[in-house]
Design a protein around this ligand. Structure first.
Ligand SMILES: [Zn+2]
Length: 227
């Protein structure tokens, strides 16, 4: 399905359907991605995993809140090892680059498309341990490592892939072994997305670092956009 500019930038929900889950009423995906994810969940269950979404569709406002709170130092920005960075010593442009490694700009998140899911297994998460969505949880020695291995093998059978694992060599986006993408629809959205479309979505929006991001928009796309 071709998405409108509003859908591509998280300002419309008209492309989405509700994904029912035990823990949350807030999961939405495009219909075809939703069906494929439910099949993947079924396969996971047969292999002993309780595959659940931590995050699916995210709207523009939510992404703006995440972005602005990171930029303003109210929310943790971490390095590849989960250590918090001190953003107060950085310039606006340095700050933007540090955040871009892990967070998309408002309007530029793949989570706007209804094709992306951050996954975890609540049964593997130790009691009382909050989910961090940091690489060490999913890597060797982490409590989700077996789930990662299962997904590496099975994702292609359901037309999903890890966009932020395979991209790591080509871009400066951090490795996100929890983020899966439904390729047939994500590919269409990706082809439709342009810097101009993003700048249009930013009109009349209060976005931290907007001036520096707009000035450097081509570099931002070149370095942090997963193709
Ligand atoms: Zn994600």
């Amino acid at each position: 399905m071709q998405l409108s500019p509003e859908m591509l930038t998280g300002k419309s929900r008209a492309h989405l359907e509700h994904l029912p889950t035990v823990h949350s009423q807030h999961h939405f995906l495009q219909a075809q991605a939703l069906k494929a994810f439910q099949s993947l969940q079924q396969c996971a269950l047969q292999n002993g995993f309780n595959l659940q979404p931590a995050s699916t569709f995210r709207d523009f406002e939510r992404q703006k809140l995440i972005w602005n709170s990171k930029f303003n130092g109210e929310r943790k920005v971490h390095d590849d090892h989960g250590n918090a960075l001190d953003l107060s010593v950085l310039s606006e442009w340095e700050k933007a680059q540090a955040i871009l490694r892990w967070s998309a700009m408002p309007g530029a998140s793949r989570h706007h498309w209804g094709t992306e899911i951050d996954i975890f297994d609540p049964d593997l998460l130790p009691q009382g341990q909050p989910l961090q969505l940091e690489p060490w949880e999913y890597e060797q020695g982490g409590y989700f490592f077996e789930l990662t291995q299962f997904l590496q093998e099975k994702l292609p059978h359901f037309d999903f892939y890890f966009p932020f694992v395979q991209s790591e060599k080509n871009t400066e986006v951090g490795c996100e072994p929890w983020h899966i993408s439904y390729f047939p629809l994500a590919q269409i959205a990706q082809e439709q997305f342009t810097p101009d479309l993003l700048l249009t979505a930013w009109q009349n929006e209060d976005i931290a670092g907007k001036t520096i991001l707009t000035t450097n928009i081509d570099e931002v796309f070149g370095r942090f956009w997963v193709v």
